[in-house]
Design a protein around this ligand. Structure first.
Ligand code: UD1
Ligand code: CA
Length: 479
């Protein structure tokens, strides 16, 4: 093979190589305080399982490996992590004997590794990449075997307390369950985020016992062990304690979820999206929204939803996995899932667009209309009380109030085709499979079972019978 000369010269200032960093995530706990059958780390908040936030953050940091310690619910955790990234791996802690024991279970998997290990509790969904970068930089600067991330809380509750000596150096961490009354008053807490040099980790941690209130091997004992061996432990105190809150129970789950929704709203507002009330509008992390779109309170946007520019989303509307073009307006209390909406489409209030709905530009869907696997052409309307399922509707079609496509015969689904320019009168049923050809009219109240030819009128209803004076005769003569 002939080697081609490349015209790109290497830059005189090469980008600094990101530090080689391995992340170990502790995910084998049973999460008692959650009172759940499932691991607390698979519980969802703001659209993702808790553990996935931590894994995504570790990957975004540029970790060369992300190793999770998993336990009895390993399979659920693997599913929740869902990552196909080859950097993600797993190792097993058979029994949840404590955070220190969990780290020891990773020794084999890390035996050929060196450098800095970043250890993260798995229950830190709000943790940001920027914070980890600051911690790593601080750790490098301090050049200590271990650096802790700490925070100061007005009410330190169940967190491990950072005990400092007369020089203000970190001397140990005492767990809330083991703390005496004085230690309990300490407001600086351990966040469960540690930078440790691998060469100082395992042989030291092996010295930790389980002589504590929970009879567990604590990772936090590493601090005291290193200090006894005359090593220094540094602490990076993070100014935002909410970001590093551990999620242990349902109350904390709700609070962390709220915080993540609020963070997403903030990002979107900064990018030009209007939230009438960002405190109670819920946009999941993967959703994308164009500028000048306005979201009313209690709108819920989930999954892989994308909204264009200048859309308006009403109160109580839920949109999942859908694509809305510019200028779409969804009025109050609609449910839209798996649908694609063209420019200037207007929907609702109280409409239900189910998967497979595809509405071209300027389509109108009004109140109490349900669509499923239905394509509607440009400018077509179904303004009131209809069901359109498995149907193909052309351009400029008017679907009258109460029109139903009867798509299901009890065994199979069938298709209804309504071609361009058709006018379907109110309260009609179209019994599929059936086709209404171009430009024709269906009389109100018809039950259409056969193809309607182009430009014709189809009426399929009982003829009106008028019995003259019938009511008068029925009435008893008044005496
Ligand atoms: C831990 C810290 C505490 C700190 C707090 C921060 C210890 C002993 N305590 O307490 O100092 O203030 O986090 O949020 O580390 N896990 C395992 N295997 C186990 C036990 C736990 O993998 O045997 C995992 C859990 O799944 C979880 C993480 O370790 O992701 C932390 O466990 P958790 O029980 O939440 O620790 P805390 O009591 O919150
Ligand atoms: Ca915790």
């Amino acid at each position: 093979m002939v080697k081609r000369k490349t015209s790109i010269k290497p830059s005189p200032f090469p980008e600094p190589r990101p530090p080689r960093i391995i992340v170990l995530i502790l995910a084998a706990g049973i999460g008692k305080r959650m009172r759940s059958r499932a691991s607390k780390l698979v519980h969802g908040l703001a659209g993702k399982p808790m553990i996935r936030y931590v894994v995504d953050t570790a990957l975004a940091l540029g970790a060369e490996r992300v190793l999770l310690v998993v336990g009895s619910q390993a399979e659920d955790i693997r599913v929740a992590v869902g990552s196909k990234d080859p950097r993600v791996g797993f190792c097993v802690q058979d029994r949840p004997l404590g955070t220190g024991h969990a780290v020891l279970c990773a020794e084999k998997s890390l035996k050929s590794s060196e450098g800095t290990l970043l250890i993260l509790n798995g229950d830190l969904p709000c943790l940001r990449v920027e914070t980890l970068k600051k911690l790593l930089a601080f750790h490098k600067q301090q050049a200590t075997p271990l650096t802790l991330l700490t925070a100061v809380l007005p009410e330190p509750g169940g967190y491990g307390r950072i005990v400092r000596n007369y020089n203000s150096d970190v001397s140990r961490i005492v767990e809330a369950t083991d703390a005496g009354p004085e230690e309990e008053q300490i407001r600086e807490i351990n966040a469960g985020i540690y930078c440790v040099e691998l060469k100082h980790l395992f042989h030291n941690l092996l010295q930790a016992g389980a002589n504590n209130a929970q009879h567990e091997v604590y990772l936090t004992d590493l601090v005291e062990i290193l200090r006894k061996n005359h090593q220094k432990v540094a602490a990076y105190c993070h100014p935002d304690p909410d970001e590093v809150m551990g999620v242990n129970n349902r109350d904390e789950l709700a609070r962390a979820g709220k915080r993540l929704f609020r963070r997403k709203a903030q990002e979107l507002m900064e990018a030009g999206v209007t939230f009438l009330d960002p405190e109670c509008t819920y946009v999941e992390s993967n959703v994308r929204i164009g500028r000048d779109t306005v979201l009313a309170p209690m709108a819920f946007l989930t999954g892989e939803t994308v909204l264009g520019e200048g859309c308006r989303i009403g109160t109580g509307t839920r949109i999942s996995d859908s694509l809305l073009n510019d200028g779409v307006e969804i009025l109050d209390y609609c449910v839209v899932s798996g649908s694609r909406l063209g420019k200037e489409v207007r929907v609702g209030p109280f409409a239900h667009l189910r998967p497979g709905t595809q509405l071209d530009e300027s389509v109108r869907i009004g109140n109490f209309v349900e669509t499923k696997k239905t394509v509607m052409g440009r400018g077509s309307k179904a303004n009131h009380l209809s069901y359109l399922g498995d149907s193909e509707v052309g351009d400029g079609v008017n679907i009258g109030a109460g029109t139903i496509t009867c798509n299901y015969d009890g065994e199979k689904k069938h298709k209804t085709v309504i071609e361009d320019g058709v006018f379907v009168g109110s309260d009609s049923q179209l019994v599929a499979p059936v086709r209404v050809r171009k430009g024709s009219y269906v009389g109100a109240g018809s039950t259409i079972t056969k193809e309607v030819p182009p430009y014709s009128l189809a009426i399929a209803r009982g003829r009106q019978v008028v019995v003259k004076d019938w009511a008068k005769k029925r009435r008893k003569p008044s005496s």
